[in-house]
Design a binder for this molecule. Structure first.
Ligand code: DX5
Ligand code: ZN
Length: 226
């Protein structure tokens, strides 16, 4: 269920199903099924049609589903000017807010603001952003999200070069002795989940691999490898 760290503590592996791949006509039921099957987090992809080509959903959806589940709400903001909306997402029930480094005006300030709202702070990088760009933020962050596809759509193929990027960021975090969560998002399946865990990721987003087909069975197939 995790990996032993040098100080003897355990790093926990967590599944975060992405509702982008859910059937929105029965969203509540599908979330309840994911929770019952053992998923601890719920990954909520917010897209604005500017930072990424597509548009997904926003505050009203988050607010509605907050009433039906106690899962940790892991909000992934794929929007320009994320500083404009963090307060509203916190008020709607986000527990963790992740913004994109490429979209932030002042990432350090944003991390502080997210913490000030009582949320965990995450920062994400797209596949083309050099991993070195995150180093100076790691000790302030709760989570670093390594995008393993170009953000914007579910159902894409995992980019193989991501494995080395995850490994490098885990190494950076270890050098800094920070107990960082490393999240991966995009193209994660039951076939490659072990690869990303071995590289150092511990928060696993899965959209299609959870919501396409039998949700309970899919979750068990993924978490059995944790
Ligand atoms: C993509 C989103 C992902 C997406 C993952 O931009 O950030 O969270 O839902 O979907 P799958 O797991 O189907 O690649
Ligand atoms: Zn996402």
């Amino acid at each position: 269920m995790g990996i032993q760290m040098s100080d003897g503590s355990m790093r926990k592996n967590i599944l975060s199903p992405s509702i982008l791949a859910a059937d929105f006509s029965v969203l509540g039921e599908q979330i309840r099924e994911a929770e019952a099957a053992g998923a601890a987090y719920l990954h909520i992809d917010v897209m604005d049609g500017v930072f990424v080509p597509s548009i997904s959903f926003g505050m009203p959806v988050v607010k509605s589903i907050r009433r039906i589940t106690g899962m940790v709400f892991d909000v992934h903001l794929m929007i320009v000017g994320p500083e404009r909306y963090i307060k509203e997402f916190a008020q709607c029930g986000a527990d963790s807010i992740t913004f994109h480094l490429e979209a932030a005006e002042d990432a350090e300030d944003l991390i502080e603001q997210i913490h000030g709202l009582g949320c965990r702070a995450g920062m994400s990088i797209k596949p083309q952003t050099p991993v070195e760009a995150v180093r100076k933020y790691l000790k302030h962050l709760d989570m670093l999200l390594v995008m393993t596809v170009e953000p914007g759509f579910g159902g894409q193929q995992y980019i193989p070069e991501s494995t080395e990027r995850i490994r490098q960021i885990r190494q950076m975090a270890e050098e800094l002795r920070t107990d960082l969560d490393i999240q991966v998002d995009g193209g994660i399946t039951r076939e490659n989940v072990r690869t990303v865990l071995d590289a150092g990721a511990n928060v696993i987003v899965a959209g299609s691999a959870v919501f396409k087909g039998n949700i309970t069975e899919n979750i068990h197939a993924l978490t059995a490898q944790f």
